[in-house]
Design a protein around this ligand. Structure first.
Ligand code: RIB
Length: 292
């Protein structure tokens, strides 16, 4: 069983569905309001656990009702939470999501996730060192991403950076990462002084650019490869990227080839969008294998 450490955010998603997305200064009437567990880190941890990995989450929640619900959700999904400690006198992270016109818009308030500091992560060094792969995203402080990239390089632990949400990334993090999985927008910000083609060639076998329904693009050392996605009827695309990253990490840790790992991840991500909520449609391993 693949051992995976996920270092990242755990939040509560506050989701409103509406037929119309409000513009600046506009008020629209919504249809429903739901709270579901989310946060890119937590989503990736839950997705990897459903796919059969032994997952340790390294994150933080607030000492509030959302924090308790987030912890319970981890337990229900068999994610280890010894390193998800509540922060005293601070709220849990929240994501304010509008689902409208076939897509989402999200505002994230990081709150307790800001306390996923390098010093805090250091407490989990043993878990990190015994991992087959480490997954990290960008809803936690940038210095933590730098720190984790350094310890993974030092101990030669494969390290997958999902650079979402978009921000500029230290060059050392890019060099230390084993795999980087931006979407096109995130890639443009990370590699702002080069074209996408140049970036792909500079980082063969490392840079995997997710291009929505077009598929996932990488450079295999000789040519650009595009692994196509699967067409499905999407109910809610929130968390599809997280499912992709988790499934990619699980497949890589299992020893699948790069192309097969992307294929497995694309299949898992396509299943994830068929149900409501970031984690609602995340598939089990059996469900992915049946579809493959
Ligand atoms: O990637 C989807 C996630 O992004 C949501 O669950 C929300 O929490 C935001 O952080």
């Amino acid at each position: 069983m693949a051992k995976i450490s996920v270092i990242g955010s755990s939040s509560m998603d506050l989701v409103v569905t509406s037929t119309k997305r409000p513009g600046a200064g506009e008020t629209v009437l919504g249809e429903s309001f739901t709270t579901v567990p989310g946060g890119k880190g937590a989503n990736q941890a839950v997705a990897a656990a459903r796919l059969g990995a032994d997952v340790t989450m390294i994150g933080r929640v607030g000492d509030d009702h959302f924090g308790q619900q987030i912890l319970r959700n981890f337990e229900e999904n068999h994610v280890r939470i010894g390193y998800v400690k509540p922060v005293t006198h601070m709220e849990s992270g929240t994501a304010h999501i509008v689902l409208a016109e076939g897509d989402n818009s999200i505002v994230v308030v990081k709150a307790a996730n800001n306390e996923v500091t390098p010093a805090y992560v250091e407490e989990a060094l043993d878990a990190i060192r015994s991992s087959d792969i480490v997954l990290i995203q960008q809803e936690i402080p940038a210095e933590t991403v730098v720190y984790v990239s350094e310890i993974c390089a030092k101990y030669q632990i494969p390290f997958l950076l999902n650079p979402a949400p978009a921000r500029e990334v230290e060059k050392s993090v890019i060099e230390n990462a084993t795999y980087i999985t931006p979407n096109e927008h995130e890639a443009a910000i990370m590699f702002k002084n080069m074209s996408l083609q140049e970036a792909l060639r500079k980082y063969p076998h490392k840079l995997f650019v997710t291009e929505g329904s077009n598929g996932v693009r990488f450079f295999d050392g000789e040519q650009e490869v595009v692994v196509p996605t699967y067409k499905v009827e999407a109910v809610d695309t929130t968390g599809a990227g997280d499912t992709f990253n988790a499934a990619f990490a699980v497949a890589l840790a299992d020893g699948k080839s790069l192309a097969d790992s992307v294929k497995f991840a694309n299949r898992a991500a396509s299943l994830s969008v068929t149900k409501f909520g970031a984690q609602g449609g995340m598939p089990t391993r059996r469900e992915v294998e049946e579809q493959l």
